[in-house]
Design a protein around this ligand. Sequence first.
Ligand code: NAD
Length: 460
Amino acid sequence: MADTYLDLVSSGPGGRLARQLGLPAPARLRRHRAGDPLVPGPVLVLGRGEEADRIAAALLGWDLDVRRHPDDVHRFGAVVLALTGLARPADLAEPALGLGGVLRSLAPGGRVVTVSRPAPGIGTGAASATPAAAEPLDPAVAAARQAVVGFLRSAAQEMRGGATANGVLLAEGVAPEAPSALGALRFLLSGRSAFVSGQFVTVGDDAGALPADWEAPLRGKVAAVTGAARGIGAQIARTLTGAGARVVVVDVPGAGEPLAALANEIHAVALQLDVTDAHAGERILGLARERFGHLDVVVHNAGITRDKLLANMDETRWASVLAVNLESQLRMNEQLLAGEGLGEAPRIVSLASTSGVAGNRGQTNYAASKAGVIGMVAATAPLLARRGGSINAVAPGFIETEMTARIPAARRQVARRLNSLQQGGLPEDVAEAVLFLASDAAGGVNGQTLRVCGQNLVGA
Ligand code: NAD
């Protein structure tokens, strides 16, 4: 599973050779490590207006070295473009070209984040929870707002040195200081979003709250993670535990041994259970309440692939993938939401896939299941909002796990490079996105799908 090419080009001579030959030169990504600074240098805030000043003030509140002008700064850790006040496309020129002027001074692992407002009725690619505007928007305003999306996505493809570019979209009426506006901004600036690039997080309302301790946003919460015996699920369980949650880890009886080992390692409660069981949701809820008194977070991570070209697809392959990846989640959600069993502000996070966004050859069954997850999450959002909670999906691209280790070697090498960061992500990259969406700092984010794919250029 090791990416030997990344190891090679990360060495000085290997990197120079790759550049001379015009080969991809992926950089080591800046990932979150407790104690590291939020960003690797001063933060430049570009953009005019009162809301831009308030965004700069919020960043100062995190003890960052905030600048409003590029003077004399050799290396910026991040550039934030405060664009909530755009009235015409021409208003984008100054901040966009301002970013261009400092891009060469962005530190390795640096961050670009736009903060803007959505053009209602237009999705951002993944299932967008952009609420319909009460009144039609001035076409010039809508054009300016949507221009930010194209601009940011293209800028993300031009980042170097493992830097990323993402955006926060604040729905009409949501202030830049709303909990999830700041929660999303902080996530995108931090090393926790290392493999997220070219993406937008839409903040739909003022729900949510910021944690007292950013290293322990799930303190006091109880979480359940399915498919936790290995791979991404095991890492999600570790990351949620590290963030202060007590965790129930779930996997099939056949994975009982690694599941028990993980439970020992992180002091979790293990539950051997097939998620396609007719009572899976009730059993998870029952055990969590019995052991911990409540259940606040459910992560639907269990998933399988049974790839075949459609012409060779059989009923078993089709049905098993749909049953594990989608129907189990639907049924469990019905059971979880049926009574008052879940805690206050319940959060559900489902694993989708970029295959469910863009499609993928040989994966009609898998892509159908994962696209179904994206639809389910968008439609379930209002049910969670009524309880003060949220449901979102994370769509990983190519992640280094046993699932992707099964891809034939040559195809795997190519698949890894087909994103703006030119490498596969790690399970921790997905786990960090799940943690963000499971935390109250993302309480105003609901019904969305966040891609963790290094800005995959094709379906993966
Ligand atoms: P994996 O195959 O390494 O692990 C999946 C885990 O789910 C295993 O422990 C397995 O035993 C468990 N599981 C399978 N069926 C189950 C069932 N019926 N009940 C309970 N547990 C069950 O996979 P992974 O790569 O860690 O993927 C985790 C999730 O992320 C999946 O939903 C997958 O579709 C999604 N995903 C992965 C990638 C990737 O590149 N690895 C990309 C996109 C999406």
